[in-house]
Design a protein around this ligand. Structure first.
Ligand code: F6R
Length: 368
């Protein structure tokens, strides 16, 4: 049941600390990352020279986040592709390609067909899935389960954060197999991930502010989301949530693309969300984003900024400021996504829509 929450989605947002913690549980054994079902030999994993991530919707966004970590940690080229595109073109795959299929339900038709296509080309397939024994993990060579528990709300929340955590474990497992990271570095990254549930809990506790902002902006015609690096897929996820729940026009862009078109959309009063990378992480990214914010503010945008506590630099540019705990650039999506989830849910509720069952959508998309 809803456990005192107005809708399931709010309950599931609140369950995110345990969704991530449970996904990490028992995954580091004697300093080594272990998958749940491993039908690939260590040698096969070592031989991987290309990674393709395939998924749909939010799961695809979790894959986009993973690419930054996987290439950084493993130096293996990693592409992320929407499953329905991947399956109908002619991707270059062979036995040293790892195809990572991410799916909460494990039954999504396009993702399943992408898996079958990959296998027919002799690629190795690893499933990241939230549903035990679903079709995608059954057909995969290796499986890593997310332990988010059942998700009732149609819009993915806790499964999404769990996917990000699991994808990072995939990256660490590859880095360990390939030797691009020493065992103590793998353990250190794992322990950094283990710190996240507590910080996720802190973000969840402070969502009243975001919900208030949502009620103030519930009548907007359109909302834009900007980010750089992992903040870019987070922008896509923020926009998807708002479209599917609040039926509001929303788009996510890489902030660096503004000048190449989207800046023409900025007009007086348009709400624009921006995730700021941690000031002490990649300060170059931070200053680039400050310039982007100046550009949109000069054209009348209303800025809603998500930034790390203690970031004084961005404050003068924020019409609304949502602070999250400081973490590293790579781990930030585990925190910065949460205000977007709550924002979309609350705009939908303010508009009188059914937050858990948005129109035209099904939880599991088993047809194309
Ligand atoms: C968005 C959402 C969908 C799913 C997509 C894939 O909130 O929930 O975009 O992420 O339909 O579903 P799975 O992960 O079950 O393959």
């Amino acid at each position: 049941e809803k456990g005192g929450y107005e809708y399931f989605m709010l309950k599931e947002i609140a369950e995110q600390p345990s969704a991530v913690a449970d996904t990490l549980l028992g995954k580091l054994v004697d300093g080594r990352i272990v998958l749940d079902e491993q039908r690939l030999s260590d040698q096969e994993l070592r031989d991987i020279d290309k990674v393709f991530i395939v998924a749909c919707g939010s799961a695809y966004h979790s894959g986009l986040v993973a690419k930054y970590a996987i290439e950084h940690w493993t130096r293996i080229p990693c592409e992320v592709e929407i499953a329905s595109e991947f399956r109908y073109r002619d991707p270059v795959l062979d036995r040293s390609t790892l195809v990572v299929a991410i799916s909460q339900s494990g039954e999504t038709a396009d993702t399943l067909e992408a898996v079958r296509h990959a296998k027919s080309q002799k690629a190795r397939v690893l499933a990241v899935c939230n549903t035990n024994g679903a079709q995608i993990p059954r057909e995969a060579d290796a499986v890593l389960y997310t332990h988010a528990g059942p998700e009732i709300g149609v819009a993915s929340t806790k499964a999404y954060l769990a996917q990000i955590a699991a994808n990072y474990l995939v990256g660490l497992a590859l880095a360990q197999a390939r030797g691009t990271k020493f065992p103590d570095e793998v353990s250190a990254e794992f322990h950094a991930l283990e710190q996240m549930p507590e910080l996720i809990g802190q973000v969840v506790e402070r969502l009243d502010q975001v919900r208030q902002i949502a009620r103030e902006l519930a009548d907007s015609k359109s909302v834009l989301f900007l980010g750089r690096h992992v903040g870019y897929p987070t922008a896509l996820e923020g926009a998807l949530k708002l479209k599917e729940l609040a039926y509001m026009h929303a788009e996510g862009f890489p902030a660096g693309e503004l000048k190449h078109g989207p800046i023409a959309l900025i007009e007086e009063g348009l709400p624009v969300f921006v995730v700021m990378p941690p000031l002490h992480g990649r300060s170059l990214l931070h200053s680039k984003l400050i310039s982007n914010i100046q550009e949109i503010k000069a054209r009348g945008a209303r800025t809603i900024i998500i930034s790390a506590e203690g970031d004084e630099v961005v404050k003068p540019f924020a019409d609304y400021l949502i602070e999250i705990p400081e973490t590293t650039t790579l781990l930030q999506p585990l925190l910065s996504t949460i205000p977007y989830q709550a924002f979309a849910a609350e705009v939908a509720a303010a508009r009188g829509y059914d937050v858990d069952k948005p129109r035209n959508l099904a939880k599991s998309v088993t047809v194309e």
